[in-house]
Design a binder for this molecule. Structure first.
Ligand SMILES: [Zn+2]
Length: 320
């Protein structure tokens, strides 16, 4: 029986679980509601039971599991395997989450930040394959980040490195959910992009997006890039300023760790080449001349599976 590795992506709403072989081929996957308010023990138990069922349904043996790894949002002490806090899951506080996972599965376990796990997935099998220095952004509700330098994830002195969404790009700019002003997250996350469009319409801008607000009483980032494709001027302006914010953060990370490739993931990349090309345009406009075209800017390749793939790859490292 071949060796199996389990990759888990613990989200606030859903838990995704994937089973991989030793070549990191995805054999099967599933997802289940997190129900975080039931508490950490029941959630861990549910993860193990869901995994058991997934394997049984696919004629795979639970005994063949070699290691498990979980990506989760929150603050951590990675050396101790402890989750310190998770704003969306208040019961997951000061817990030995890695030990709980390892004890329940009776296998070695790895705990990682969710953005770092997705970053590691893209690095291992996706847009970062074959390179050693990569910086990763996930453009979702907020902006998550991951930094890989010389083939290693950067965790920082207190395990909070790569909070790239909260790099300030416009001092005294828009207020961010973190309390700072001018963070890149306040401009270029999927939520901020949609919010800026809604604010512009409220302030009187003319746009085909106005109908969306009237119908749905809100705008999503998908609405913005759908209307961009249809030629709406406001959608173009909003996408331009999102691209500009992302180009500035690309320049800042290039000057910091000099990645070979910068990879964007998350809901926003569905905007497609229009967004990617605008990021590259602004990058080339603002970058120090000597550094021009020294970094590749690309979109992620693995979609929503990046988290479970990255986690499984981290689990497999325990056996390498
Ligand atoms: Zn912030």
């Amino acid at each position: 029986m071949s060796e199996l590795f389990i990759g888990i992506d613990l989200g606030g709403t859903n838990i995704k679980i994937g089973c991989f072989d030793s070549q990191l081929t995805l054999l099967c996957k599933t997802s289940t509601p997190t129900e975080a308010d039931t508490g950490p023990e029941p959630v861990i138990d549910k993860i193990a039971q869901t995994t058991e069922k997934l394997l049984a349904d696919n004629n795979l043996s639970y005994e063949s599991i070699e290691a498990v790894a979980m990506g989760s949002p929150g603050q951590f002490n990675f050396a101790e395997g402890i989750i310190i806090s998770n704003p969306n899951m208040p019961l997951f506080k000061n817990l030995p989450l890695r030990k709980m996972l390892s004890d329940r599965f009776e296998k070695p376990a790895v705990l990682e930040n969710d953005a770092n796990a997705a970053c590691w997935g893209e690095y291992t099998l996706g847009a970062g394959k074959g390179i050693k220095d990569m910086v990763f952004f996930t453009l979702g509700t907020g902006i998550g980040g991951g930094i890989i330098t010389d083939g290693k994830l950067v965790h920082g002195f207190a395990d909070s490195a790569a909070e790239l969404g909260h790099v300030i790009i416009y001092p005294d700019g828009r207020l961010c959910s973190c309390g700072q002003k001018g963070c890149v997250e306040a401009y270029a996350s999927a939520n901020s992009t949609a919010k800026r469009a809604a604010e512009a319409i409220e302030a009187g801008a003319s746009s085909s997006l106005k109908k969306v607000i009237e119908q749905n009483s809100q705008i999503t980032s998908k609405d913005v890039y759908d209307h961009l494709a249809a030629g709406d001027d406001l959608a173009k302006q909003i996408t331009d300023s999102t691209a500009k914010a992302l180009a500035i953060i690309c320049i800042n990370v290039l000057h910091t760790t000099e990645p070979q490739r910068i990879v964007f993931a998350g809901g926003m990349i569905a905007a497609g080449d229009v967004l990617l090309e605008r990021i590259k345009d602004y990058f080339n406009e603002y970058i120090w001349t000597l550094k021009k075209e020294t970094v590749e800017i690309a979109f992620a390749k693995l979609g929503e599976d990046a988290g479970i793939i990255g986690a499984a790859a981290l689990a497999k490292q325990l056996k390498d």
